[in-house]
Design a binder for this molecule. Structure first.
Ligand SMILES: C[S@@+](CC[C@H](N)C(=O)[O-])C[C@H]1O[C@@H](n2cnc3c(N)ncnc32)[C@H](O)[C@@H]1O
Length: 322
């Protein structure tokens, strides 16, 4: 990760094939440095740092309504409008952020299911899933107490509950959840393997983890191996950087507006944080130095041991996994 901080210190970012080829100046901000160097911090410090950032952000009320979903968004780069979901007028401002939830859960049956979202932020994504896909129930958790308090005030739905909890200690019984959703949150975690173990514990056999987040390309490859070692079956793997950049381009004007709602000294940091065009994180994505990874992973089904006698994973007498 030595190149993490040095890359951000560089003043020019080259564009890879497929993206705009013009080099441009990359502005630095304290928050970008924190983000880009955070993988070098001690896990303890990293988790506390991110919690403090998200708590402070949630406490900043003027942004609450504009920031119901806090991810970088997803846009169909082929402009295939037939795939664009119909949204209620109140959800239109968050179209691209909600499309990331739609993308990540694409192909999974959510109706009637028990869903857990880990790292729900302001709860806009959980509310979207609860209203449009009709799960039996969604428990949405976040480490930031202020964010959870905002969620409880902003979204009141019969099938949606918010709770403060860490990704490393999920407040669910073992094998009680059908689908875990994790959108742009895992880069903050002290130990990704604790999270993976917890997801595996709470999922029912055959249950899914719908995951997406930013990663250094090398770390993205390691991440897939970590899921594999934990026994997950990879059902989908996509690098969606292009779709995320397309969303950030379409969101540029609104996100500039959010930047102007914070004090002047905070604007460069906020710009990086929310992915405003031509700021550091945006440029790292465009240059291919950061990748946006999307994964759909499945916890194997239980099968009778007689069907697969050599499995080394066991759930009790006579049962194994596939
Ligand atoms: C970029 S926001 C994304 C929020 C939401 N998923 C969305 O797309 O709008 C990341 C969220 O992850 C939460 N988070 C960070 N570390 C966490 C942890 N260890 N356990 C649970 N949530 C965490 C943060 O508080 C923050 O709300």
């Amino acid at each position: 990760m030595a190149r993490t901080a040095s890359a951000i210190r560089r003043s020019v970012v080259e564009a890879p094939t497929g993206f705009a080829a013009k080099p441009r100046k990359t502005r630095r901000s304290l928050l970008a440095l924190v983000f880009l160097a955070s993988t070098r911090l001690s896990p303890w410090l990293r988790e506390r740092l991110w919690r403090s950032i998200y708590d402070r952000l949630a406490a900043h009320d003027p942004l609450a309504e504009q920031f119901l979903a806090m991810n970088y968004g997803y846009a169909d780069v082929r402009e295939d409008t037939t795939r664009a979901p119909a949204l209620e007028p109140r959800d239109e401002p968050f179209r691209y952020e909600l499309q990331l939830y739609r993308h990540v859960t694409d192909g999974i049956e959510l109706a009637g299911k028990d869903v857990l979202e880990v790292g729900c932020g302001r709860g806009g994504g959980a509310s979207y899933v609860a209203r449009y896909f009709h799960p039996n129930h969604i428990l949405a958790v976040d480490l930031a107490a202020q964010a959870v308090a905002s969620c409880q005030a902003l979204h009141r739905l019969p099938n949606l509950t918010f709770q403060r909890a860490s990704a490393a200690s999920l407040p669910c019984a073992s094998a009680s959840i059908d689908v875990v959703i994790n959108v742009e949150s895992s880069h903050c975690y002290a130990d990704i393997e604790d999270f993976i173990a917890e997801v595996r514990r709470v999922l029912r056999p055959g249950g899914y983890l719908a995951f997406c987040d930013l990663r250094w390309p090398r770390v993205a490859a390691e991440l897939r191996q970590q899921f594999d070692r934990a026994g997950f079956v990879e059902r989908r793997h996509r690098i969606i950087t292009e779709n995320v950049l397309a969303a950030l381009d379409r969101l540029a004007e609104r996100r500039q507006g959010i930047c102007h709602a914070v004090p002047r000294w905070l604007r460069p940091a906020m710009g990086d944080f929310i992915g405003v065009r031509d700021t550091a994180v945006y440029d790292m994505l465009r240059a291919g130095r950061l990748a946006y990874v999307s994964l759909l992973l499945q916890k194997p089904q239980l099968v009778a041991r007689a069907e697969r006698p050599r499995s080394n994973l066991s759930f009790g007498e006579g049962l194994a996994i596939r």
